[in-house]
Design a protein around this ligand. Sequence first.
Ligand code: C2E
Ligand code: MG
Ligand code: MG
Length: 638
Amino acid sequence: MSLYTQKNQNILIVDDIADNLRVLSNTLSEQGYKIRCAKNGSMALKAASKVIPDLILLDIKMPGMNGYEVCQQLKQAPKTKDIPVIFLSALDDILDKLKAFEVGGLDYITKPFQVEEVLIRVKNQLDLQAAKAEIRNLNQQLEQKVEERTHQLNISNQKLAKANQQLKQEIIERQKAEQQMIHDALHDGLTGLPNRTLLMDRIDQAIQHAKRNPSHLFALLFIDLDRFKIINDSLGHSVGDKLLIAIAKLLSKDLRSLDTVARLGGDEFVILLDNLDSLQDATQVGDRLQEKLQMPLDLAGQNIFTSASIGIALSSSGYENSSEVLRDADIAMYRAKEKGKARYEIFDQDMYTQTLKAIELEHNLRLALENQEFSLYYQPIISLENNSLAGFEALIRWQHPPHGFISPVDFIPLAEDTGLIVAIGDWVLAQACQQLATWQQQYATIPEMASLKISVNVACTQFQKPDFIAKLEQILRQTNLHPSCLRLEITERVLVDSKINTQQTLSEIRKRQIKLSIDDFGIGYSSLSYLRRLPIDNLKIDRSFIKNMNSDIESLEIVKTIITLAHNLGMDAIAEGVETAAQAKKLKTLGCEYAQGYLFAKPLSAKAIKLILENKQSGVTLAKPQDDRENKGDIVGS
Ligand code: C2E
Ligand code: MG
Ligand code: MG
């Protein structure tokens, strides 16, 4: 049996001769085929459509419908068209054979037939059909596999496409993040304005343009808000931030697209005006800005008044790099501040020279402590009641080897700006306490010696240091000076500056019996109701009021008011800058407790004071002791 031979294959035999049917049926049944028989064409068609046979043996010559017609009908019906047909006929004619193939027969057996031939041809046909079916099956399987693979491929392609899409998205997002990072690196987070880096780049570009084309003009405006610190400290950082954002908007308004508004940090803004028609345009912008900045800003319902100091640097100075331009605009801005704020100044070479001097001064100041160029002078403070010596104010002096004497008025503000005041102030405190302690020891026999006070000026930054109290304690311990002999002179600025808990520090000082004076009283901004709550011992009436009190009624009224205020608050009054006997007399009648001034003595060196004390001890009345360098005043009450 061939590979394809299957048992129980179904064969339909169609023949009008019963013997033929029987012989064929028997023979094939013996071979294991299932046989059905049909005596004519119509029966054959019915049988074939009912149960599809695997093969039909079809006689040609039959009454009624002949074999050809049967075969044609079978081939026309979709259900039966694939049934293989082998014709059986006695007609041994070539034309009939051709017709048999034409109508769709697959083979042809001539009657009388030999059984073996029939079996072989049947078997061959069935095998062929089986082989065809298997090929069809294999093809189908193959097609299915191809379909499956195609499907899988499609899925993979879809996945790949999706992955590609994701990748593209990721790349876009990365690029966006990168752009954001670049933007952030070049812009200020709060206001969104270009930052220093971007500004410097734009200035450099403007400089390059100006170098290539001398008619290319630009200007840089350095803008610093005048009262930002106060607003930030008193109204809080969130209002401060809002103010900065509002200022950023205000500055950016009405500018050309060529111009750059940048924020350097804090309350510092810069505007680069590039490619100007004329440098005067810069001053016009300065005027316009001043006008705009003077309008109140509405910050969440709060009207804030602000102003700014502006420094302008012009390209006509022939700059080489952006730092130079920024430096000069900054210098001019400082000049605008010095000249009273809320204005602009244009940079010129003189400003630069003066700034260099200031830088040199700062440099020298840093070395001055190390080089022991400072010394203290002591100005006697006199009790007006009986003209007796009540104490001294320690005043610093700087003897700079090449430059000579430099006034504290010139270097104390610089020392405050640079923070050097803390080290200098520590030295002054220690030195002054030490000096009074030494004198108290040396001249213990002078009756008022133990109650003499040394007044020491304390700067705002110094006072605000968290370790200030600890330092005071340490100095008093080391010098063995009684705390009540030390009097700290602070200015009203210390009281209005909200950086620290001023009241707490003042209470700590009071607890230690150290005395407190408000220096230069009357020219500052202290709130009188606030003053009432502070543990202050004296008000020092500013020199400017004393100077004019005998000629100007207003000054006299102020002096009176301050003395009354001091008394009402349980404090003593000390008059500063008393130069005439008339002033001293008037002050005494007004009830002022103490006075200090050239009338009594100028600030004197320790050596000069020593001389006075020695004379006091020996009971000698000193006529006019002169300080070796600067004293021109009389010492009274000795
Ligand atoms: P101040 O504390 O108000 O000191 C009084 C100033 O008035 C002193 O100037 C003194 O020489 C001057 N003076 C005193 N009597 C008269 C007078 O009758 N007529 C005139 N025209 N002036 C008089 P000085 O020594 O130049 O000090 C100036 C300022 O420098 C001081 O003002 C004080 O604010 C500051 N200062 C001085 N030494 C120190 C210090 O050690 N530390 C700190 N933080 N500041 C100091
Ligand atoms: Mg003072
Ligand atoms: Mg003073």
